[in-house]
Write a protein that binds this ligand. Structure first.
Ligand code: AHG
Ligand code: MN
Ligand code: MN
Length: 359
């Protein structure tokens, strides 16, 4: 190892020294890095590895599973089930929580994860990731589903890996958000991005605009104002990005600011959002808040949402604080009737939305 470099294990042991979670949490997170390295190796092989394509099966949310979704899920289970650190695991790719085999000791934590985020991007060689959240399991015996249903404020650690041109892990144990880059030659993650901070202001936003007609009016108002740019209320031009891997969009926001939105939409009224609370929204919200950003449903902090089911969905708006606060204000104004749809100056003055002009 080169002198002066901080490995992820050294960093975690130092960060957690003297805390209630001391060695167990560091050990669990190091087991997670083992799974991440295995997934990084599979994703990097691409078409040569024989891992691309779909399996023809569906997960509990009715999404077609890719081979790599399932292989990544297996990698996380194998890396974390044996060490006596978790009491159970739950993931996007398993209908019910995973019960550890009898021979393994039960540990103090619950691990919840999205083994491969952005998996629609696998076959087109665009960045994907892994997201994980660690909760305490305060009981003896195997956890029930109810034991997993803890709000995000109770997470003791959260993180993601991004499999991009380089593989990185970004994580928090509640003491800031820190980034590590995989040095493939030595097989270790090295601290490269300590204390990430998201600027409070930004001119960059990420949203899947094809859903625009299904959004709620406050989100339509926000995006319409961004699009109006210099000629509208905001008085400055904005820029959009959409990778369709939340991990990659969030990583960009941690590197240079911005906001990410996957709001509630009326496309499928049975779903209160696209992203899943327990293993997508909560861990990412923890990371974003620890980097000085904000993470909201539009109507409240994501981390205080009380989960009612393992795979529940939630509206997500996160990133640069001042923009997220603006979005929350637009929701408040809309809910209180202060800002009726099409009553904002933008909708009054701009021709596209103006009945008089359309008439
Ligand atoms: P997953 O691949 O784990 O199902 O998650 C995909 C998520 C998220 O990563 C991304 O931002 C969003 O879905 C993409 O949604 P669209 O297909 O609407 O672009
Ligand atoms: Mn995902
Ligand atoms: Mn996934």
């Amino acid at each position: 190892m080169q002198q002066g470099r901080t490995t992820i294990s050294k960093f975690l042991i130092e960060q957690l020294r003297g805390s209630e979670d001391q060695s167990d949490l560091a050990a669990l997170l190091i087991d997670v890095t083992a799974a991440v390295k295995a997934i990084a190796s599979m994703t990097a092989k691409g078409a040569l590895g024989g891992f691309l394509g779909s399996l023809g099966t569906e997960n509990v949310q009715g999404e077609t599973q890719k081979k790599l979704d399932v292989l990544s899920n297996d990698a996380m289970i194998q890396a974390c089930e044996w060490g006596g650190l978790v009491a159970g695991m739950a993931s996007e790719e398993m209908d019910d929580p995973y019960t550890l085999p009898k021979e393994f000791e039960r540990g103090p934590y619950l691990l919840v994860f999205d083994p491969l985020d952005g998996s629609s991007n696998i076959d087109v060689n665009v960045s994907v990731g892994t997201i994980f959240s660690v909760l305490r399991h305060g009981k003896i015996g195997d956890p029930t589903v109810a034991d997993y249903l803890r709000p995000g404020v109770e997470q003791v650690a959260a993180g993601y890996a991004i499999y991009g041109p380089s593989t990185m892990m970004v994580l928090t144990v509640g003491k800031g958000t820190h980034g590590f880059t995989l040095d493939r030659e030595i097989g270790n993650f090295i601290l490269t991005h300590p204390d990430l901070q998201i600027p409070a202001d930004t001119v960059e936003y990420a949203i899947n605009s094809s859903n625009e007609r299904f959004w709620e009016p406050p989100v339509q108002r926000y995006v319409a104002e961004c699009k109006a740019g210099k000629t509208g209320d905001r008085g400055r031009d904005f820029n959009t990005r959409w990778i369709a891997s939340m991990v990659a969009d969030v990583h960009r926001i941690l590197m240079r600011g911005g906001i990410f939105m996957y709001p509630k939409d009326a496309k499928d009224p049975s779903k209160p959002g696209r992203l899943r609370l327990m293993y997508e929204a909560n861990p990412i919200a923890f990371i974003i808040e620890q980097a000085g950003g904000a993470a909201s449903t539009g109507r409240g902090r994501i981390l205080t949402v009380q989960p009612t089911s393992l795979h529940q969905r939630v509206p997500v708006m996160l990133g640069s604080r001042n923009e997220i606060e603006r979005l929350e204000r637009y929701h408040r104004e809309y809910d209180s009737g202060e800002d009726k749809p099409f009553a904002s100056p933008l909708f009054k003055d701009r021709s596209l939305y103006n009945d008089d002009v359309r008439a």
